[in-house]
Design a protein around this ligand. Structure first.
Ligand code: KIV
Ligand code: ZN
Length: 529
């Protein structure tokens, strides 16, 4: 067969600069496959625009064949994103590839990413296909994609557990058929850094046409080494890293974008590679993804955890006061974290509030600032000091509720020693129609949740109900997390309010709103990664 000339990843940037690493973000695709994470169209658009502003080269916007919702989000993202390549995922099937091309039609900067499993285990049990048939499918799928799109990426699913000879043959065939990027996933997060680097070096040494494509890696974090594996692969010659914000993704997640990028930046002496990521945007995007998905970032998470730049012990604080370099290897400002400790209160004005939002990494239009300011004033009436964490909780709450089908209108609870059983009177807006109901329960939360269920009957099971105080003091906002499960689908809802009962109901209906989004999705077969 004739060899197709292939454009290199993200408009040839790597060809121009051999040290440039292409950042391929898959928060909206692999990230959305995290159990419990789901995003509606509006949320996905907001994240895509934030990723573009962050400087991501390629945004994997979804898997168009998976559902109408997925198709629409790829299509709409392709309309608005201008500076990043927009990518869609497709199995090695004509229908998938055509649907993907259709979704990407609005943009000139597009990529079709097609994949098939290549490991003995996956070929035998998942695909039930002989290796030679898989090889044919590689050529067929890449050729089909290249007929519809100049920029094609091919992935060897379960690549790290694939026999080397077969992997070399598949990679060579994919490049010959026109793939400009060949991706080697560690689908099950099994590889170790030295082993994974050796795999990339092996491909560079053995695949004759490897110089015609960019090698990409896609590492899962099952053993906690996804970022280490990605960095080892870059050292060995890979020039695209697939990653997600906050390390979101299937099971234990994918390599975290913020960790990969900051390691490349901070340890440039050991890893002399560059990216186009504007690292000062990292905190803002991390917060947005956390607010939209309801996945709270663990406090000790590298780069974006609440404690990542906090110094608690006296010895550390003393050292920091003398010289920040004593205990800080990168500055908080370099990831967009402003350390200002300005506390707001009920006398703070619009200007101070706006400045605070900017410091915290939020940039809103005037209307959204006005809404947030109104909510801030309400909060400041209930709470003397409004800390940064209060504002983050308040704004995130707003972000999460923008287009909800179910909304809380009012809640009244009777409980305590004189009211047995506790009673909740709830008014909800359901698709803009107001309805109310009074229910009792074993406790005030149970009564309120029973009222929700009476107004909006559903089969979802409550798996987790958790409350945590956003700041110290009895006037602190209560941040409630609720996890629901329905037919194997899980969703996480979150909300914050100074009234624990109000945040409980808001978190519950936030989870139900997400479940409605999830119900639209049907998982296509053979999508396990
Ligand atoms: O983990 C994986 O193998 C994937 C592929 C679809 C790239 O997500
Ligand atoms: Zn994956």
């Amino acid at each position: 067969m004739t060899e197709q000339s292939s454009p290199s990843a993200a408009d040839g940037v790597s060809a121009a600069d051999p040290r440039r690493v292409v950042i391929f973000d898959t928060t909206l695709r692999d990230g959305e496959q995290s159990p419990g994470a789901s995003m509606n169209l509006d949320e996905k658009l907001r994240i895509a625009l934030a990723l573009e502003e962050l400087g991501v080269d390629v945004i994997e916007a979804g898997f168009p064949i998976a559902s109408i919702g997925d198709f629409e989000s790829v299509h709409e993202i392709a309309k608005v994103v201008k500076n990043s390549t927009v990518c869609g995922l497709a199995r090695a099937a004509k229908g998938d590839i055509e649907r993907c091309a259709e979704a990407l039609a609005p943009t000139a900067r597009k990529r079709i990413h097609t994949f098939i499993s290549t490991s003995p285990l996956h070929m035998k049990y998942k695909l039930q296909m002989a290796p030679e048939r898989v090889l044919e499918k590689v050529v067929e799928s890449v050729s089909q994609a290249r007929n519809l799109c100049d920029d094609v990426e091919w992935s060897a699913e379960d690549g790290s557990r694939t026999e080397h000879d077969f992997l070399c043959r598949c990679v060579e065939a994919a490049i010959r058929a026109g793939a400009g990027t060949v991706n080697i996933p560690d689908t099950v997060g099994y590889a170790m850094p030295d082993e994974f680097a050796a795999l990339i070096a092996m491909l560079i040494n053995r695949v004759p046409n490897i110089d015609k494509a960019i090698i990409s890696v896609h590492c899962h974090n099952d053993l906690g080494v996804a970022v280490a594996n990605s960095l080892a692969a870059v050292n060995a010659g890979a020039r695209q890293v697939e990653c997600t914000i906050n390390g979101l993704g299937e099971r234990a997640g994918n390599a975290a974008l913020e960790e990969t990028v900051m390691a490349l930046k901070t340890r440039h002496d050991r890893l002399p590679f560059t990216t186009e990521i504007k690292t000062e945007q990292i905190t803002k995007v991390s917060r947005l993804v956390s607010a939209v998905t309801g996945f709270v970032v663990q406090p000790n998470k590298a780069i974006v955890g609440a404690n990542a730049f906090a110094h608690e012990s006296g010895i550390h604080q003393d050292g920091m006061l003398k010289h920040a370099g004593t205990y800080e290897i990168m500055s908080p400002e370099s990831v967009g974290l402003n350390q200002s400790k300005l506390v707001l209160g009920k006398h703070s004005g619009r200007h101070a509030f706006k400045e605070k939002l900017k410091d915290l990494g939020y940039e809103f239009g005037d209307n959204a600032v006005e809404d947030a300011f109104r909510r801030f004033k309400d909060l400041a009436d209930k709470k003397k000091d409004v800390f940064d964490d209060d504002i983050v909780a308040l704004v995130d709450d707003e972000v999460m509720r923008a287009n909800d089908y179910l909304k809380l209108v009012s809640l009244e609870i009777l409980c305590g020693t004189k009211h047995n059983p506790p009673e909740a009177t709830l008014e909800l807006s359901i698709d803009e129609v107001k309805k109310s109901h009074t229910a009792t329960g074993d406790g005030p939360v149970d009564a309120a949740f029973n009222a929700v269920k009476a107004l909006f009957p559903h089969r979802a099971r409550l798996q987790l109900y958790q409350v945590h105080a956003v700041t110290q003091g009895t006037d602190a906002q209560a941040e409630v997390t609720v996890r629901l499960e329905e037919d194997g689908r899980t969703v996480i809802g979150q909300a914050a309010d100074t009234d624990t009962m109000v945040s409980s109901v808001k978190a519950y209906i936030n989870a139900l709103n997400k479940l409605l989004v999830k119900r639209e999705k049907t998982a296509p077969s053979a999508l396990s990664a």
